[in-house]
Design a protein around this ligand. Structure first.
Ligand code: FES
Length: 371
């Protein structure tokens, strides 16, 4: 019978963590699912020797792969290969990022990405409750902002309801308006709106946190794509997905967990609440985009290599499990075709729209593209 067990994580310079799993679970999978980056490039086959962690607790005996990759002195200290360990009882895991060759530093750098603001703020007066003919708060908000869609989150509406007391003649609020059409936040204080740009690569994920009012990039981050434990390239991940009934869900969860952990880190760095993120723009190759959306990628695995979508796709970020504000929109940029994804479109839109010059665009990633 499966038993619930606790895995206590110790990081040399981090806060550590307490994770829960079941007996029989693979330790590398447990760590990956919880957003921890352990080394490893052999899809958990036990052949690269890079997923080294120090353990104290109950796991299976040493495997032949571990005996080949670990020094006797390391074995004495309790080092194991996470992909070769099945959890059998409560466990302490000591992650030494230096030993596993994993850097927590972002790989990218900020370039001048200042663009026109998509967000404006407006002062709005909302009449108070009229005892003789009471009107709901939502209707009063809509009436005060004619022509705009009111897209406030539940938390935001609840926050406003506390200020909307009987006897108060009016509320003076700041409204945050996106693209001159949608009111995405209202509050008494000056409000800021943020967006996240994400590139889902086969090997790494890159993200930037952008202040939508100023257009400035305020934080960046990158993390390895931990789907690699299920396959080093898109073809092997497609096979994993099609051969395992829970494969697609697993690959989606890995991406969502990594995105959440990147967003949390960037927000912590600039001291903002992730709930202030109101838009995510996402690019990547078609297979990665299908994995993120939890859409069956089978069409991309065989001729004529056509996925379930290739135009822009807009979805509610929270419904995918991404920790943002209630109404945050997730926008996937259009793809070019079966193997040329939205990342190419993102590169193209950075070029000046009117220019007599000619450009050659080269994307040298896990796959290469040229325009
Ligand atoms: S040895 Fe390669 S992932 Fe564990």
């Amino acid at each position: 019978m499966l038993e619930k067990v606790e895995v206590v994580l110790h990081e040399p310079n981090g806060p550590g963590d307490n994770l829960w799993t079941f007996t029989g679970k693979n330790l590398l999978e447990v760590l990956t699912m919880n957003g921890y980056q352990i080394g490893g490039y052999c899809a958990g086959q036990g052949s690269c020797g890079k997923c080294k962690v120090r353990l104290a607790g109950k796991v299976n005996p040493l495997t032949t792969s571990e005996l080949q990759h670990l020094l006797p002195s390391e074995i004495k200290l309790g080092y194991r290969l996470a992909c070769c360990c099945m959890v059998q009882g409560p466990l302490k895991v000591f992650i030494d990022f230096q030993d596993t060759g994993i850097s927590k530093k972002p790989l990218g750098r900020t370039i001048d990405t200042k663009r026109e603001s998509r967000v404006e703020t407006r002062k709005v007066f909302i009449p108070g409750i009229d005892i003789d003919s009471p009107v709901t708060l939502y209707s009063r908000l809509a009436k005060a902002l004619p022509g705009y869609q009111i897209k406030l989150g539940i938390d935001n509406l609840n926050e406003l309801s506390k200020m909307d007391r009987i006897g108060r003649p009016a509320l003076e609020l700041n409204a945050l308006i996106l693209d001159q059409r949608a009111v995405i936040y209202m509050g008494r204080d000056e409000c800021g709106a943020y967006g996240v740009a994400l590139d889902l690569g086969t090997t790494s994920l890159f993200s930037a946190l952008v202040n939508l009012q100023t257009g400035a990039t305020v934080a960046i981050d990158s993390k390895p794509n931990m789907q690699r434990i299920y396959g080093a390239d898109v073809v092997s991940r497609l096979s994993y997905c099609m051969e395992n009934s829970e494969g697609l869900k697993t690959l989606q969860k890995v991406l969502v967990n990594t995105i959440n952990s990147m967003m949390e880190g960037m927000c912590r760095e600039v001291k903002i609440d992730p709930k202030r993120i109101s838009q995510l723009s996402i690019v990547g190759n078609p297979v990665m985009l299908h994995f993120l959306m939890g859409l069956n990628p089978a069409g991309l695995a065989a001729s004529p290599y056509i996925g379930l979508f290739e135009d822009e796709y807009v979805y509610n970020a929270q419904e995918l499990g991404i920790n943002t504000g209630n109404n945050a929109e997730l926008v996937i940029l259009p793809q070019v075709g079966g193997f040329i994804g939205a990342d190419t479109i993102a590169c193209l839109i950075t070029l000046p729209s009117v220019s007599s010059e000619r450009f050659l665009l080269l994307d040298i990633g896990t796959n290469g593209e040229i325009v």
